[in-house]
Design a protein. Sequence first.
Length: 254
Amino acid sequence: MKIRALIVEDEPLARERIRSLLEEERDVEIVAEAGDGRTGVERIKSLDPDLVFLDVNMPELDGFGVIEEVGVEAMPPVIFVTAYDQFAVQAFDAHALDYLLKPFDEERFRAAVERARQTLRRQQSGSLDRRLTDLLEDLRRPRHLERLAVKAGGKIIFIRTDDIEWITAEGNYARLHAGDRSHLMRETMSSLETKLDPTRFIRIHRSTIVNGDAIAELEPLFQGDYVVILRNGTRLTSSRGYRSNLQDFMNRSS
């Protein structure tokens, strides 16, 4: 009996990598692919695959959002795909069928598929539902990343959030400024904002997030705007729409 697999991954190269490796598995049939979470939800509901390779970090609707949209009871077994080895990996170890940490090698991929194969043979759907429910409960608890993974030059660089002074938006990307270096990360500002500790990182503009520890001065402008001056001399402008965030920061600092 063939294992009907669905790939939900927004990065074309990663999607191609999974596809090429699955094509070597004789008992696996790729029923479809999806390049974003919303399409993934639609294809899970319409195709009812046996196994889903699910990217964790996707804009708009991430992997955990896909599970919630589909519903834990209706969700097929999942192999998560992630670039982060932070808290998520620990949760996967405890609750998920398996995970693949990018960049993964062929041996690790084969092991994940074999684990899925054995689990499907045992038809442990009830225990999988319980594990996915536990995973979602874990993820609903407030957690904040202590470091971020950034792809650069074929490598993955891990940056401690403590070292980030400010973040600026560049389309659907975010530029992390840490010391005398900057790193471009494929992440929206809204998504990043949910992953960073709100008691330390302040959204001062739709395109700017600042580490409160890096702020040296606030220079008032007109109508509630400020120039935010960092310890390294960088000057950033806040906007009225995020005035309350700065006000909360000032209240905590007083």
